[in-house]
Design a protein around this ligand. Structure first.
Ligand code: CA
Length: 222
């Protein structure tokens, strides 16, 4: 899962990036409305954290432009103001949720996880595929009840598959949701990563669909 943080206070942006990366997200950061708008318009984020008070283009305008252009990523707005009129302007522009500064870092994580799984069509926090269970709140992955230890990148790959079970996911799509934009990656490293995930969760769960990509599905019986 990959998220965008648009926040002009460097210390808060840095803290959000650290906390969200530790929680298993690939994170891109923009420090003004123009850069934030451009990234959100061109990259397929799973969710966006958007400050409202931003240099160059304000947050409400950024959000309006995304929505007018058909960008549907869930957006959590951050506002230093507690006035309802500011929050309402955010919702009218297409926000999905909001937090008023100052806020608990954990709350950002939990709200983002809920927004992402609802956007993927899941109402329950636990995502299940055969013996594989993923608690999207805690980030815990188990197979037949036993915990699976995953690196940050392995976790991101598996979380993306678990949010979209049964759907063929192309290599390009997978790379766009696993790596942040500054990460130097090639498709070979993705193959290596996928191989490691398959070894940890059982080879039958993530299948290669020739010429199209990969799909997470319950192994067929027999
Ligand atoms: Ca600000």
């Amino acid at each position: 899962m990959r998220v965008l943080v648009v926040e002009d206070e460097p210390a808060l942006a840095f803290r959000l990036q650290q906390v969200l990366e530790a929680a298993g997200f690939a994170v891109d950061v923009a420090y003004d409305g123009e850069d934030g708008w451009h990234l959100g318009d061109t990259e397929p984020y799973d969710a966006i954290v958007l400050d409202l008070g931003l240099p160059k283009i304000d947050g409400v305008t950024v959000l309006q432009r995304w929505r007018e252009a058909g960008r549907t990523a869930p957006v959590l707005i951050l506002t230093a103001r507690s006035r309802w009129s500011d929050k309402m302007a955010g919702f009218n522009a297409g926000a999905d949720d909001y937090l008023t500064k100052p806020f608990e870092m954990d709350e950002v994580i939990y709200r983002l996880r809920a927004l992402i799984r609802r956007a993927a069509g899941h109402a329950q926090p636990e995502l299940v595929c055969g013996p594989l269970r993923f608690d999207s709140n805690s980030g815990r992955v188990t197979i037949d009840g036993l915990p699976v230890q995953l690196t940050a990148q392995e976790f991101r790959i598996l979380a993306y598959f678990l949010h979209h079970p049964g759907r063929i996911i192309s290599r390009t799509e997978l790379m766009e949701h696993v790596y942040d934009r500054l990460f130097e990656s090639d498709s070979n490293s993705l193959e290596v990563l996928l191989g490691r995930v398959r070894r940890k969760v059982g080879a039958g769960l993530i299948r290669t669909v020739r010429g199209q990509g990969y799909v997470l599905a319950e192994p067929e019986a027999g």
